[in-house]
Write a protein that binds this ligand. Structure first.
Ligand code: 26V
Length: 797
C-alpha cells in the first residue's frame, strides 16, 4: 500500500543509513553509483513487507499459483519503476534533492537488465508487472544470464557487437538464495532396473536461485522473479590446483557456468546448438523441481497438481517441461505414465509467438537423445500415445519426424491450452501452423491479444501526458485503463488538444536535446517525429521505410521551396550478429543518414537519426516523443507487436499494415485515426504466386525505380559504389517480403500523414484519440484473460 506516512525526511534517513552502513561510504565521497545503491536499497526495503505479506497469504489460503517459464525477461531498469509503483516518486525526488542529487541522473545511472531479445522478453516483463498489480499469485522463472543482449556500436555505419556486462556492478534488486538449489542432470544413459527406467546422468550442474521481487501498482501485491544461476556440483579440483594446474582445477566450474553465461542473441533463425538445449533444460528442470518441492510441502497427492499449479510456456523454449514433468512424476514419484501425462497436461499452457518457419525449434534426435536420453524415450512415448489415442492423425503429423524433435508439436500436445498473441495471429496458428492438430483438438487453440503495462509505458515514461490525464479524468486510470475513454469528450475542446500538444512537445524537446548530445545532430522539436524501433528483420521492413525516406528526399529536392512538413526519421534496433541481410539494412540506413543529414538543400526538412544500442530505456525516451508509429511488417508475419501499443497509448497514430495487433488497434481507434496501407495477409499469399511481382511493382513505380537506381549507383556509398548491388538485386528478384509491392501504397500513406500533420488541430485530435482508445492494450486485460481462460486462477486482492 502507498505509504502515506513516509516523508522525504524519513526516506532521507533510510538513504543515509544505507550509504553509511550498507555501502560504507561517507556522503562527501559518495559517487552517483553509491547514491543510486543507497536509494535503491531504501526503496527495496519498502517492497519487502508487501512481498512477504503476499507470499504468506498465498500459503495461508493455499492458492493456485501461476508459473511463467521464459528464457527471456527483458525488464530494463527497476529503480524508477519500483518507486513509481510504490507512489514514492515525488518523495524520492525531494529526498535526493536534499542531498544535492538529481533523481533523474540517478535513475539513468542504472544499467538495463537486458535479459531478452525483443518482444517476447519484454512481454514477459510486462506480464510480471500486471500479475503483481492484479494480485495473481505468480512466479516468473528464467535464467540469470551474466551477459544480456550484446551492446551495439556503429563503425563506419556497420553494427559491431560487444558483450553486455550488467552484473559488473552490484544488482541491488535481487536476493541470492544459495539454499534454494537443485541438481540438473545431463547426458549419460538409461538403464532398466526391476522393469523401471533409470537415468544415469553423465554430467550434473547446480541451479541456484536469485529472487527479484516484482511490486504491483500501489504496492498492494508482490510476486517473485526467480532467475537460476549455474554453478558446478563439484566445486574445485584441489589436487590439480596443488599440482599447479590452475586452469584444469577450475574446469568443472567454468563448464557449469557457461550454462548461464550468455543470452542467445539470434531470434531469427533457429540453430540446433547443444548449449542452447542445455540452457532450456536447465531453466525448465530447476523450475519444475522447485514447483514440486513447493507443492509437496503442503500436499501429498500429485494427481491434484493441476488444481494448484498453472505452468505457462513462453514459446517452445521451455517445451521440455512436458517430458520433464512426466519424468519427475514417473521416475521420482512412481506415477503411472498415462496418469503423469494427463497431470502434466492439466498444468501446462503454451503460447506461440511466431509463425516464421526458420524460427521454429526442431532438435536433431541425435542431439536431443545425447543431451537428454531419458526425455528422448518419453517424447517417443508421448508421440505414440497421441497416435494411438487419435487414430485419425495423418501420418505426416507428429512430434518426432525425419530424425527431428519438433518442439511446437510437443508443446501443443502437452498443453491443455495453446494461444496466439493477436486475433489475426491466432487465426493463422489454427489455419497454417497447426491445422491438423486444431482439427483433432478443436477449442484448444485460443487467442490472447498481447498488452503492455501502462505503469511503465505511460505513467512512468511520459510524465507530462500522465499528469494531463490525471488532471482531466482524475486518478485511477493506471490500473483501469479503459477509463482513458473518459478523455474522448475532451478531445473536441481546443484547450485540451493544445494541452495534449504541449505534453507531446515537452517530450520532443527532451528528445531533441538527447539526440543533439548523443548523435551530434540538431533536430527541430516542431518537425514530425517518425519512429521505427524494433529488432532489424526483413519481415519488419525497415528497408521499405528507408527506401521511402529516399523517395521523400528526392521529392523535396525537386521543389525545395515547397510546403513540406519537416520530418525526423528515427530508427532503432539491433540485428542478430549472424543475420547478414539485416546488417546490410543497418549499413544502408546509416549511409543514407550521412548523406541526407548533410544536404544543405533539404536542411531541417529531413533528418535521419539512428542512435546505437536501442534498448528498453531508449524506448522509454523515444515512445513518448513520437508523432508517428511505424508498424509496417509484411502482413501475416508480425505475430502481434507490442511497441505498436506503447505508441498508441502515448498518442502517436500508426502508419501500418493489417498485421498482428495492428488489426485490433485499427478497430479500436477507428480508420480516421490510423494510416492504413498495403496488402492483406491473403493478398500477400496470392501476390507471391506471381514470380514477377517485384519487377512489375518496380516498373510501375517511377519513385521506386529512381531510389533503387541511386542506391545501385553508389549515391549513398560513394567510396564503394557496388556496396548495395546485392541488396538492390534482391529487391528486384527475391523480394519475399514484398517491399516493392507495398512501396507505392506506403509512399501515398506517408503523403496522407503529411497532410494530416500540417493541420495541427486535426493531428492533435487524432493523437489524443489514440491515447483515449488504447485501454484495451493494457497487459492487465491480457492477464485477466489468461487467468480466466487458461490458468483458472483468481485474484488474491
Ligand atoms: C526465437 C529463438 C529461436 C531459438 C534461439 C533463441 C530464440 C529467441 C527468440 C526467438 C523468437 C521469439 C519470437 C518473438 O519474439 N516473437 C515476438 O513476440 C512478441 C510477443 O508476443 C510479438 O509481439 C512479436 O510480434 C513477435 O515477433
Amino acid at each position: 500500500m502507498n505509504d502515506l506516512s513516509l516523508t522525504p525526511n524519513l526516506l532521507q534517513a533510510d538513504i543515509a543509513r544505507h550509504l553509511t552502513f550498507t555501502l560504507g561510504k561517507d556522503a562527501p565521497n559518495a559517487s552517483i553509483y553509491d547514491w543510486r545503491m543507497a536509494l535503491s536499497f531504501a526503496i527495496r526495503d519498502r517492497i519487502v513487507e508487501p512481498w512477504f505479506a503476499s507470499t504468506r497469504r498465498t500459503w495461508a489460503e493455499d492458492r493456485k499459483r501461476v508459473y511463467y517459464l521464459s528464457m527471456e525477461f527483458l525488464i530494463g531498469r527497476l529503480l524508477e519503476d519500483a518507486t513509481t509503483n510504490l507512489g514514492l516518486r515525488d518523495i524520492a525526488v525531494e529526498a535526493m534533492a536534499g542531498f544535492g542529487q538529481d533523481f533523474r541522473a540517478i535513475v539513468e545511472d542504472e544499467p538495463d537488465a537486458a535479459l531478452g531479445n525483443g518482444g517476447l522478453g519484454r512481454l514477459a516483463a510486462c506480464f510480471m508487472e500486471s500479475m503483481a498489480t492484479l494480485g495473481c499469485p505468480a512466479y516468473g522463472y528464467g535464467i540469470r544470464y551474466e551477459h544480456g543482449l550484446f551492446r551495439q556500436r556503429f563503425e563506419g555505419g556497420q553494427q559491431v557487437e560487444t558483450p553486455e556486462d550488467w552484473l559488473n556492478q552490484a544488482h541491488p534488486w535481487e536476493f541470492a538464495r544459495p539454499e534454494s538449489a537443485y541438481t540438473i542432470p545431463f547426458k549419460g544413459h538409461v538403464e532398466t532396473r526391476d522393469g523401471r527406467e533409470v537415468w544415469v546422468p553423465g554430467e550434473t550442474v547446480r541451479a541456484e536461485a536469485h529472487d527479484t521481487p516484482v511490486i504491483g501498482w500501489q504496492g498492494k501485491w508482490a510476486n517473485t522473479l526467480r532467475l537460476w544461476a549455474a554453478k558446478p556440483t563439484t566445486l574445485f579440483d584441489l589436487e590439480r590446483f596443488n599440482r599447479g594446474d590452475y586452469a584444469a582445477a577450475a574446469e568443472p566450474e567454468a563448464l557449469a557456468r557457461t550454462l548461464s553465461r550468455v543470452l542467445y542473441p539470434d531470434d531469427t533463425t533457429y540453430q540446433g546448438k547443444e548449449l542452447r538445449l542445455k540452457q532450456e533444460f536447465f531453466l525448465t528442470s530447476a523450475a519444475l523441481q522447485d514447483i514440486l518441492r513447493r507443492y509437496l510441502a503442503k500436499h501429498d497427492d500429485l494427481r491434484a497438481l493441476p488444481k494448484h499449479v498453472a505452468i505457462q510456456m513462453n514459446d517452445t523454449h521451455p517445451a521440455i517441461a512436458g517430458p520433464e514433468l512426466i519424468r519427475l512424476l514417473v521416475d521420482e514419484h512412481g506415477m503411472a505414465f498415462d496418469e503423469a501425462l494427463e497431470t502434466a497436461r492439466g498444468c501446462l499452457g503454451y503460447t506461440n509467438h511466431t509463425l516464421l518457419p526458420e524460427a521454429l525449434e526442431r532438435w536433431a534426435t541425435f542431439t536431443f537423445g545425447n543431451v537428454l536420453p531419458r526425455h528422448m524415450q518419453i517424447v517417443e512415448r508421448i508421440d505414440s500415445w497421441h497416435r494411438r489415442t487419435y487414430p485419425s492423425r495423418p501420418h505426416y503429423v507428429g512430434i518426432v519426424k525425419h530424425h527431428e524433435v519438433r518442439m511446437g508439436e510437443l508443446a501443443f500436445i502437452m498443453a491443455h491450452k495453446v494461444n496466439g498473441v493477436s486475433a489475426l495471429h491466432s487465426d493463422l496458428v489454427k489455419k497454417n501452423l497447426f491445422p491438423e492438430l486444431e482439427r483433432l483438438h478443436p477449442g484448444r487453440i485460443i487467442n490472447q491479444t498481447n498488452g503492455v503495462t501502462p505503469r511503465r509505458w505511460l505513467k512512468m515514461a511520459n510524465r507530462p501526458l500522465a499528469t494531463l490525464i490525471t488532471d482531466t479524468i482524475g486518478e485511477g486510470w493506471e490500473a483501469d485503463l479503459d477509463r482513458l475513454r473518459g478523455l474522448e469528450p475532451h478531445v473536441g475542446s481546443r484547450p485540451f488538444r493544445e494541452a495534449f500538444g504541449a505534453a507531446k512537445r515537452a517530450n520532443k524537446v527532451a528528445l531533441s536535446n538527447w539526440i543533439a548530445a548523443e548523435c551530434g545532430v540538431k533536430v527541430s522539436p516542431d518537425a514530425l517525429f517518425d519512429v521505427q524501433i524494433k529488432r532489424i528483420h526483413e519481415y519488419k521492413r525497415q528497408l521499405l521505410n528507408i527506401l521511402e525516406t529516399i523517395a521523400h528526399w528526392n521529392k523535396i529536392r525537386g521543389n525545395p521551396k515547397g510546403p513540406w512538413v519537416p520530418r525526423v526519421k528515427i530508427f532503432g534496433g539491433k540485428s542478430a550478429p549472424g543475420y547478414a541481410v539485416a546488417k546490410e539494412i543497418i549499413h544502408l540506413i546509416n549511409d543514407v543518414a550521412a548523406v541526407i543529414n548533410n544536404d544543405p538543400v533539404t536542411g531541417d526538412l529531413l533528418k535521419v537519426i539512428y542512435p546505437p544500442n536501442y534498448n528498453v530505456s531508449m524506448a522509454e525516451r523515444l515512445v513518448p516523443a513520437a508523432d508517428l508509429s511505424e508498424q509496417i511488417s509484411t502482413a501475416g508475419k508480425e505475430a502481434s507487436g507490442t511497441g505498436n501499443m506503447k505508441f498508441m497509448m502515448n498518442g502517436a497514430p500508426t502508419i501500418g499494415t493489417l498485421d498482428g495487433a495492428n488489426v485490433e488497434i485499427l478497430q479500436e481507434v477507428g480508420a480516421e485515426n490510423f494510416f492504413l496501407f498495403g496488402l492483406t495477409a491473403e493478398e500477400v499469399m496470392r501476390r507471391r504466386e506471381d514470380p514477377e511481382h517485384a519487377r512489375k511493382a518496380i516498373e510501375a513505380s517511377q519513385p521506386l525505380q529512381d531510389v533503387l537506381q541511386m542506391i545501385a549507383e553508389g549515391r549513398f556509398s560513394p567510396g564503394q559504389p557496388d556496396r548495395y548491388h546485392g541488396l538492390v538485386h534482391r529487391v528486384w528478384h527475391h523480394d519475399y517480403f514484398l517491399v516493392a509491392s507495398d512501396f507505392d501504397a506506403f509512399h501515398a500513406a506517408q503523403g496522407e500523414v503529411d497532410r494530416a500533420y500540417a493541420d495541427r488541430d486535426r493531428w492533435l485530435g487524432m493523437a489524443a484519440m489514440n491515447t483515449a482508445r488504447s485501454g484495451f492494450f493494457s497487459s492487465d486485460r491480457t492477464i485477466r484473460s489468461y487467468m480466466d481462460d487458461i490458468w483458472g486462477v483468481t485474484s488474491a486482492l
